[in-house]
Ligand binder design. Structure first.
Ligand SMILES: *[C@@H]1O[C@H](CO)[C@@H](O)[C@H](O)[C@H]1NC(C)=O
Length: 276
């Protein structure tokens, strides 16, 4: 008897699974998350919907909630019809900058002129005829420009650390005296934020430039001026020049004296000739 009960229970479970499998509906958002949107541009989210029979889909809705989960940050954005959808159908949107459409296995949401008010967790829900539903979510944030870049020195490790307080997808590059840093000056860490200086002692100007899609910002660390190896060379040249000038001056003076003496001698001779 117990065995019979067990078999019945198994059959019922299988039947249930089979039935729910038929009515299964699933939705997922194809964009990678989190997404970063440049203010003023358009956010486009695509949802892929899968379900069994063609008229299974009853409705698709889009909404947004605050990333913090605060209930007052919840807003309905668009409501789309279900039924059999041979072509894309426009959905009813609740905001002027929102547009959505639905077709047989997809729904697309557009949020134009993206701004601070549009950040949050976007959720799309597909509901079936039997009331079953599936929801997919995607975190959407504002793409921020780079600002507040700083460079600090780590004396014990002879390295410079570039910190950026704000900015999405920062890319770092380093300059020494306005030229790109070469292997002779230092080594940049894989993430780009640290420069290990190999040319010691650390001298001159080191600039860290942080850039992203919206522009760049930079900061400079100024160490003691570099002892240029060229200075000794130019000093020698100046000294040589001065010596040459002195020598030249001396020679010119000697020549002038000799010339004057000879002239004076000539004049003396002429004077004597006149008197004779
Ligand atoms: C200097 O760099 C090392 C290695 O990255 C780190 O462990 C240390 O805390 C840093 N020191 C300072 C003062 O930041």
């Amino acid at each position: 008897m117990a065995r019979m009960d067990f078999l019945c229970w198994r059959a019922a479970t299988l039947l249930l699974l089979f039935a729910s499998g038929l009515e299964c509906i699933s939705v997922h958002i194809s964009n990678e998350e989190p997404m970063y949107i440049i203010p003023g541009s358009t956010l486009v989210l695509r949802a892929h919907i899968q379900y069994g029979s063609p008229d299974e889909l009853a409705a698709v809705t889009w909404e947004r909630q605050a990333e913090s989960g605060a209930p007052d940050g919840r807003a309905a954005l668009a409501a789309c019809p279900g039924g059999s959808l041979p072509l894309a159908v426009q959905c009813a949107a609740t905001r002027p900058n929102v547009r959505a459409s639905v077709e047989r296995e997809a729904s697309v949401l557009h949020v134009s002129n993206y701004g601070k008010a549009d950040v949050g967790v976007y959720a799309v829900t597909a509901t079936g005829k039997a009331g079953q539903s599936s929801t997919a979510r995607c975190i959407v944030r504002e793409y921020e420009a780079v600002h507040h870049v700083t460079v600090s020195i780590n004396v014990s490790h002879s390295s410079l650390v570039c910190g950026e307080a704000w900015g999405t997808e920062p890319r770092f590059s380093w300059l020494h005296e306005r030229d790109a840093v070469t292997a002779g000056v230092g080594r940049v860490s894989p993430d780009g934020a640290t420069l290990v200086v190999t040319k010691l002692p650390i001298c001159g100007h080191f600039t860290c430039v942080v850039s992203n899609k919206m522009g760049y910002s930079s900061a400079t660390y100024t160490a003691a001026p570099c002892e240029q190896s060229g200075i000794s060379g130019s000093t020698v040249a100046i000294v040589c020049l001065v010596v040459l000038q002195i020598l030249g001056g001396g020679l010119a003076f000697l020549l002038w004296r000799r010339y004057r003496n000879r002239n004076r001698g000539d004049r003396l001779r002429e004077h004597m000739d006149d008197n004779i």
